[in-house]
Design a protein around this ligand. Structure first.
Ligand code: KG4
Ligand code: ZN
Length: 340
């Protein structure tokens, strides 16, 4: 079975083809970063319009590259939520229409299920069950993944997502949007311990996160410092260390609580080097195996959507013809695939 995957939930337009034989055949991503950069954040209407422009073009390129046509495909999978309503509607409408025109079954995919399954795109995939730390621009979640469609949210951010905290502090530091990776780069030249930020919620039991106070601490620190390049780097280093330490501590707590022996790190912040290195080290000490998708599959992409949709279509699940986008959709509401 060959499945076309479509992703348009935020500011990346992406398409991919995943096959039962051969896995990921090809994928394409167009990032709208340059489009939104002048505004310092994603402008929903601009995002939707750009998805309209780019989806047909990327799909044509993908088909040309793989030498496939609609007649060679067996299904279409599209991200139906959560995300920006208008942006989602473009991908949902496009995916449903292609499926209708080509006479194929189609399935709505939850964006976060895509992220959770992204490590399955790699050569040494994790097997169920596993614990997942999903850290992106919109989400900070610790999820127990028992099987496909069986997700229990163990902890989440009560305010800003980790990526959002990275982006807001990067903006304060004058770094271009989206600033997570830029802040991490600046932190490389920062000195350890010059700025000591709080580790939010570590003193409390439970697995929830809170990052908005950390951002306020960064505002205050920046106001009271000399603003030199070295000081900015020191501040970036201190901020990154505080977020990473918090994420690592709660993840280790969740591992103890669940007894899981496999850990998956997913989402855009999962590309953070310091987070990866620390989790690999700490998990190894406990005999826990860590899996990461490659960096390009940590951030938004359609390969993970094609893979998730493929798993559901193979099990016989299909979605009806309605063009429905779900801007808000809890991953805990998902169920295992069922024959439609
Ligand atoms: O998963 P993603 O592409 O989009 C969402 O679904 O939200 O994640 C994007 C987020 C942004 O906040 C970005 O700043 C952050 O991931 N990010 C990073 C790094 N690379 C991307 N944050 C910290 N360190 C990085 N290296
Ligand atoms: Zn995402």
């Amino acid at each position: 079975m060959k499945v076309l995957g479509i992703e348009s939930s935020c500011d990346e337009t992406a398409v991919a083809i995943y096959a039962s034989a051969g896995g990921l055949l090809a994928h394409k991503v167009h990032s709208q970063t340059a489009l939104h950069a002048p505004w310092g954040g994603v402008v929903p209407e601009l995002a939707s319009r750009d998805h309209v422009r780019k989806l047909p073009q990327l799909t044509r390129e993908l088909l040309a590259e793989t030498g496939l046509t609609g007649a060679d495909l067996d299904g279409v999978a599209y991200t139906a939520g959560p995300g920006l309503a208008g942006a989602l509607l473009v991908g949902v409408g496009f995916g449903r229409s292609l499926a209708y025109a080509w006479g194929l079954p189609a399935v709505a995919v939850h964006h976060l299920e895509g992220h959770l399954l992204a490590p399955l795109l790699e050569a040494d995939p994790p097997s169920f069950p596993y614990l997942a730390l999903l850290v992106s621009g919109g989400h900070t979640l610790l999820i127990d993944v028992a099987a496909l469609g069986c997700y229990q949210v163990l902890g989440e951010s009560l305010d800003d997502a980790a990526g959002e905290a990275f982006d807001k502090t990067a903006k304060l530091l004058g770094l271009p949007y989206p600033g997570g990776a830029e802040l991490a780069r600046l932190a490389l030249t920062g000195r350890d311990g010059v700025f000591k930020f709080p580790r939010p919620m570590l003193d409390r039991p439970g697995l929830d996160f809170s990052f908005s106070g950390l951002k306020t601490a960064a505002v205050v620190a920046l106001r009271n410092c000399d603003g030199s390049e070295q000081t900015r780097a020191d501040l970036a280093q201190g901020f990154e260390a505080a977020i990473v330490d918090t994420l690592v501590a709660k993840t280790l707590r969740a591992l103890s609580q669940t007894g899981r022996r496999t850990l998956v790190i997913a989402g855009g912040v999962g590309a953070n080097r310091r987070l990866r290195d620390q989790l690999r080290l700490k998990a190894a000490e406990r005999g826990v195996k860590v899996h990461y998708p490659r960096a390009e599959f940590c951030t938004d992409n359609a390969a993970m959507i094609a893979l998730a949709g493929h798993a559901r279509l193979v099990a016989g699940e299909t979605s009806d013809l309605s063009i429905e986008a779900r801007a808000r959709w809890s991953v805990a509401d998902l169920v295992p695939p069922a024959k439609s």
